[in-house]
Design a protein around this ligand. Structure first.
Ligand code: SF4
Ligand code: SF4
Length: 374
């Protein structure tokens, strides 16, 4: 109940009603509201408050956590996805019997400043591919390789080709797509010192099996762009699975093929719905943990012998106050929930901190909340 009140008030104050909005058709009205100028979001292409964004490797480019694979796509679907805040599209010369580049080119016509393009290197001519897409350069040139030994041998020529194209301004960053011999190929890619991102097939089995590669990629700041993430899961289990994939910050985006407007509508409803939507969970849970530590898991307050709602205190001080920079709202929520009085009961026993999986200094944050928000 406390969460509901808080969120309602949060939505009202920041104007991001899209967080709570149901989907009515594809366009999300509230999503068109850009929050008061925020340097962090202004740098994000096609920013919508109902979408979450993550930086890809060392590039400084923030991709929407849901992006589109153009293997089976229509212009109206692509356009609608762009309206949702999607800013990343992956395509290939060979998709859709050679029609994909043309489709993408039509969908992004007049909107190329909103989109990043990832393109497989399987085209006969990069100049022709750029022309059909209607862009002057490819943001992520994805080398499509499925054999570790071959990749190792080919690396010098791949680098040479890429550097030559980059010198002419035709490409910006290098990535790699893989769906066979995946672990070994990713090992080579991680050590190459060249790729900013990798796009492996990433169904649940692979998520499990690629733990060592993921660690290596994380250490080298190489992002995973997850494709084919559904695997054998049914639709409901897939919806539940996605936040687990995104809980790993090595994953920048999930690339999804969406073949029709109805599919996109269903997908966006699942992604955005007010209480259970994936984006809601990501924005209010996993993303929160990324930006300011607290995952709002509630374990701390379960252990508190004084019955203090420590996770609410953490939300007020770390999320509303520190991260969202909404001091008035942080203070009014803190007072409205009676947290100032509750915090007085804290005797510093430390049980909350012992329970915290994020290892946060909860006692210091309680003191800070008392002095800042009470
Ligand atoms: S330190 Fe304070 S808030 Fe934490 S468990 Fe003990 S009494 Fe509760
Ligand atoms: S246990 Fe830690 S991460 Fe979980 S709600 Fe409490 S402070 Fe946040």
């Amino acid at each position: 109940m406390k969460n509901t009140v808080s969120r309602r008030s949060f939505v009202k104050q920041v104007g991001a009603a899209g967080i709570a909005a149901g989907i009515s058709g594809i366009s999300i009205k509230a999503a068109e509201t850009k929050p008061a100028s925020d340097p962090a979001t202004e740098k994000i292409r096609n920013y919508k408050p109902t979408m979450a964004y993550r930086t890809i490797g060392t590039t400084g480019i923030a991709a929407s956590v849901f992006s589109l694979g153009a293997g089976n796509i229509k212009v109206d679907v692509l356009s609608a996805a762009i309206g949702m805040g999607v800013n990343f599209i992956h395509t290939s010369f060979h998709y859709m019997n050679g029609q994909s580049l043309d489709m993408v080119g039509k969908a992004i016509s007049g909107k190329t400043d909103k989109i990043y393009i990832a393109l497989k290197d399987d085209f006969p001519s990069i100049e022709e591919a750029l022309k059909v897409l209607g862009v002057t350069s490819i943001d992520f040139l994805m080398f499509n390789r499925h054999n570790a030994g071959d990749l190792k041998k080919e690396l010098p020529s791949i680098k040479e080709k890429f550097i030559a194209w980059r010198g002419k301004g035709l490409v910006k960053f290098a990535g790699l797509t893989v769906h066979k011999d995946t672990a070994a190929v990713l090992d080579v890619a991680a050590d190459a010192g060249f790729f900013t991102c990798v796009m492996p097939a990433y169904p649940p089995k692979q998520v499990e099996e690629l733990a060592a590669q993921r660690d290596k990629l994380r250490q080298k700041n190489i992002s995973i762009l997850a494709m084919k993430s559904k695997g054998e899961l049914n639709a409901d289990d897939y919806v539940a699975h996605i936040p687990k994939v995104l809980a790993d910050k090595t994953v920048s985006t999930i690339i999804k093929g969406v073949g029709s407007l109805d599919d996109l509508k269903a997908w966006s409803a699942a992604a955005v719905s007010a209480k259970t939507g994936l984006l809601h969970r990501i924005m209010n849970g996993y993303e929160t943990a990324a930006y300011h530590g607290c995952a709002m898991c509630g374990r701390c307050e379960q252990e508190c012998p004084a019955g203090i709602a420590t996770s609410d205190i953490m939300r007020c001080i770390r999320y509303y106050h520190d991260s969202e920079r909404l001091p008035q709202m942080a203070a009014s929520e803190f007072r409205a929930m009676g947290l100032a009085q509750a915090a007085l009961r804290c005797d510093g026993c430390g049980k909350c901190e012992a329970a915290c999986p994020q290892d946060l200094g909860i006692i210091d944050d309680i003191k800070r909340a008392q002095s800042t928000l009470a």
